[in-house]
Design a protein around this ligand. Structure first.
Ligand code: NI
Length: 265
């Protein structure tokens, strides 16, 4: 069963690197330093809808043995998220968020429903939908309009279905054992970090510290031309042990809230 999962995760990584070359470059930089990079978690974005919502697409991970473990609310961004863990703790956690369509403006909701209406009923029945990219037609003007109200909505509308980010588990590194060391290494190679809420989100008392690159801008073709827009980002996480000595496996909503802004324009 793990073989199937490993294959699926490899496909996700390949698709993610194709869209986000900086992640592969940073991964290679760590590898050249003799580090073995382990993924802490893999994150996806979607819309809350019977065809596409978390409830509907998480089954593709549950079939490999993942189980829902925590839920998170992002009131201002109108997002809901859940994380999933595998019994084999070497497998990355899965973090899926969704835009709550009943909480956005009627205009944005209708724009999104129009996009979803073009999808076949069984669109997300296959796990390959996670690497299907944008499955609908979209103009850059529509993208800009949607992004004005919700950067998140604009991102999903423009990029469709692919991994939003992978995350380096700092605990698995040998030379770069703190978040400041990792950040310095990444900055030193010319990459930009997300400074929203401070470069380092979270603290040892919260059992999780995180930072992330700013998503690099890539050329994306729209019905009205080709434009540069933010793609994906790479995240770095350090976990701390709880009272029972085991590393905390959850997430911190306040930190994740700021990490979402790594794709802001
Ligand atoms: Ni993350």
């Amino acid at each position: 069963m793990t073989a199937g999962l490993d294959q699926f995760l490899q496909k996700l990584w390949n698709d993610y690197c194709a869209l986000n070359p900086q992640a592969k470059k940073i991964y290679d930089l760590f590898s050249k330093q003799g580090e073995t990079v382990i993924n802490d978690h893999i994150a996806f974005r979607t819309f809350q809808h019977p065809k596409l919502g978390i409830q509907h697409i998480s089954k593709h991970f549950e079939k490999y043995g993942y189980q829902a473990r925590g839920e998170y609310f992002f009131k201002e961004k109108k997002l809901y998220a859940q994380h999933f863990e595998h019994a084999d703790t070497n497998q990355p956690k899965i973090f899926i968020s969704e835009l709550e369509l009943d909480k956005v403006s009627a205009k944005l909701k209708n724009q999104i429903l129009d996009l979803i209406a073009t999808l076949p009923q069984n669109f997300s029945e296959s796990e390959s939908h996670f690497i299907s990219g944008r499955p609908w037609k979209l103009s850059h003007q529509q993208y800009m309009e949607m992004s004005l109200e919700s950067e998140y909505a604009g991102w999903v509308a423009a990029h469709g279905f692919r991994t939003n980010h992978f995350t380096v588990l700092i605990n698995s590194l040998k030379k770069y054992t703190t978040l400041p060391q990792v950040n310095e290494f990444v900055l030193g190679h010319g990459y930009q970090l997300n400074t929203s809420g401070g470069v380092i989100k979270g603290a040892p008392q919260e059992f999780l510290e995180q930072s992330s690159t700013m998503a690099e801008k890539i050329k994306v073709s729209f019905t009205d031309g080709t434009f540069e827009i933010p793609s994906c980002y790479y995240e770095f996480a350090k976990r701390y042990p709880k009272a029972d000595g085991k590393l905390y496996q959850g997430f911190v909503a306040q930190s994740a809230d700021k990490i979402f802004e790594s794709t802001n324009r």
